[in-house]
Design a protein around this ligand. Structure first.
Ligand SMILES: Cc1cc2nc3c(=O)[nH]c(=O)nc-3n(C[C@H](O)[C@H](O)[C@H](O)COP(=O)(O)OP(=O)(O)OC[C@H]3O[C@@H](n4cnc5c(N)ncnc54)[C@H](O)[C@@H]3O)c2cc1C
Length: 100
């Protein structure tokens, strides 16, 4: 759960206010997490302009395939992105249209 008040940047500081907000959500969704949480670390992820990943094959460099810019939700998209990349490697139409 990212901090909605966090400004774009490279800070890895954590704040007590955010941890309190996180534990509020956790206590509703997964109380065991709220009980277990005792420490926090701040880490960074890249964010694309529309918060969606960039997936495809470069126009100018032969066979340069990319899947990046997941904007904090690349883990949950991993299984489908793997299938898309498989199709791009094999030069098959991807299971999901990524032309946009
Ligand atoms: C703090 C944080 C919270 C997140 N929360 C979520 C979440 O709740 N849900 C969600 O779906 N996603 C979340 N994400 C995003 C998700 O973790 C990423 O989108 C996903 O891990 C990207 O997978 P990837 O395989 O593309 O890249 P990565 O997981 O970054 O893997 C790239 C790998 O390549 C290696 N590498 C880099 N350069 C080289 C090189 N030159 N030679 C050899 N190896 C190299 C790196 O060491 C790394 O192991 C979060 C990310 C962060 C940072």
């Amino acid at each position: 759960m990212p901090d909605p008040d966090e400004k774009p940047g490279f800070s890895t500081e954590t704040t007590d206010g955010w941890i309190g907000a996180l534990l509020d959500v956790a206590s509703h969704r997964a109380p065991i997490i709220a009980d277990a949480a005792s420490a926090a670390v701040g880490r960074l992820y890249e964010v694309s302009p529309d918060h969606n990943a960039l997936i495809g094959e470069a126009d100018t460099v032969s066979r340069f395939l990319y899947a990046t810019g997941f904007s904090g939700h690349g883990f949950l998209q991993g299984p489908t992105v793997g299938e898309i990349m498989r199709d791009l490697v094999l030069k098959h139409p991807p299971v999901v249209d990524v032309t946009r």
